[in-house]
Design a protein. Structure first.
Length: 370
């Protein structure tokens, strides 16, 4: 229905250079000289890290440029549409604070279009800039390329309507993400406090709580995999979906080598038919232990003490078996395990909800800006 609202009008094809004065930012040299910067200045200095962290809508800047630096750059005091053109290419930006713009950005002065509409159009067009780079080289744009780029432009009323719809979706996504982040913070604080009392629990070795079924693992090269419904697990989770299985039941998977993080070590509680390659240990939990509790307990471990190797950390079988685990009585295990299960379900549902909203937004962009 949203798409149908924007299909009855002819969009005029215009070149960006005909509907805006496109100029390049400027940089003081050498940029490492501290005289160009002053933390007491009210003019921020825009960097690509600010752009990615704030999704292109700049509300604050951590670095500020001095009066000397301002004379060597381009300062904009009102909201402008910008475009990154060096290294990280194609990121659209709108500044809402006074900003010094360096030569890695283009500034759209006096645009004959709604700058929020331009922001969304540039976001949609971002991947197209990659064709201006040579294979294996860094993509860099110049103002001439951008000026010659065609854009479909509806009238101002329709531009505002499109912006209104897309901002509604963006606001909904942001709200959902913030709620999820707040929930995760609260959850992690509860878990942290919960495991502070582990000294009162019984200590045992992991090998006393599980049977390790690594012998059934089987790696399969990508070209040899037959497509199917079975999740194919590696060190860091699902890599593919294939036909067949190596294990069936309830298991805990923990990275053997190639873990993408030591602080958030890859550990997964899985059920049903799975295929596991040789980069993840497979743990079958004993009947008198809650598998969900044990998966959560394993996530509290500092694995830097147990892994070996500098470039590709490896958790050897013997070191895995000797990990010390503190467990409460079965009743408390079940309660903690259920709490963990509820958290995982909430996380899955809300991540999927955010994903759907992002997909809906992308669908609109692709069909409106085609």
């Amino acid at each position: 229905m949203a798409l149908l609202l924007f299909t009855f009008f002819v969009w005029e094809q215009r070149k960006l250079g005909d509907i805006s004065e496109i100029i390049r930012g400027a940089s003081p040299r050498p940029i490492s000289d501290p005289k160009w910067f002053n933390s007491n200045s009210n003019i921020g200095w825009l960097r690509i890290s600010d752009v990615t962290a704030q999704h292109g809508r700049i509300q604050h800047l951590s670095q500020h440029i001095s009066i000397l630096g301002q004379a060597k750059t381009r300062v904009i005091s009102t909201p402008h549409l910008l475009l990154s053109i060096a290294a990280s290419v194609g990121y659209p930006v709108i500044n809402y604070v006074k900003t010094g713009v360096h030569d890695g950005f283009l500034i759209f002065e006096n645009p004959k279009f709604n700058i929020d509409f331009g922001f969304y159009w540039l976001a949609f067009y971002k991947h197209e800039w990659q064709k201006f780079g040579q294979p294996g080289s860094q993509v860099n744009l110049n103002s001439s390329i951008v000026k010659k780029t065609n854009i479909g432009l509806p009238d101002n009323v329709e531009q505002k309507a499109i912006v209104h719809l897309l901002k509604l979706i963006d606001n909904r996504i942001t709200l959902q993400q913030r709620k999820l982040e707040s929930f995760q913070f609260t959850y992690h604080e509860i878990i942290r406090r919960l495991f502070l009392k582990k000294a009162k629990w019984q200590q045992t070795k992991l090998s006393d709580l599980v049977t390790i079924l690594d012998k059934n693992r089987k790696p399969v090269k990508k070209e040899d995999r037959l497509f199917g419904d079975t999740p194919y697990y590696g060190a860091n989770g699902i890599q593919d979906y294939i036909s067949g299985f190596t294990h069936k039941g309830e298991f805990i998977l923990i990275a053997e080598d190639g873990a993408n993080s030591l602080t958030e070590y890859p550990i997964y509680f899985v059920k049903g038919q799975i295929w596991v390659n040789n980069h993840a240990h497979v743990l079958k939990v004993n009947k008198d232990v809650s598998p969900l509790f044990l998966a959560l307990a394993l996530k509290q471990i500092n694995y830097s003490k147990y892994t070996v190797g500098s470039s590709r950390n490896k958790l050897n079988l013997k070191d895995l078996e000797n990990i010390a685990i503190f467990i409460p009585d079965n009743n408390e295990q079940q309660k903690i395990g259920q709490f963990y299960s509820n958290y995982l379900n909430y996380l899955r549902i809300n991540k999927k909800r955010i994903q759907y909203m992002k997909q809906f937004k992308q669908f609109l962009l692709q069909n409106m800006f085609i």
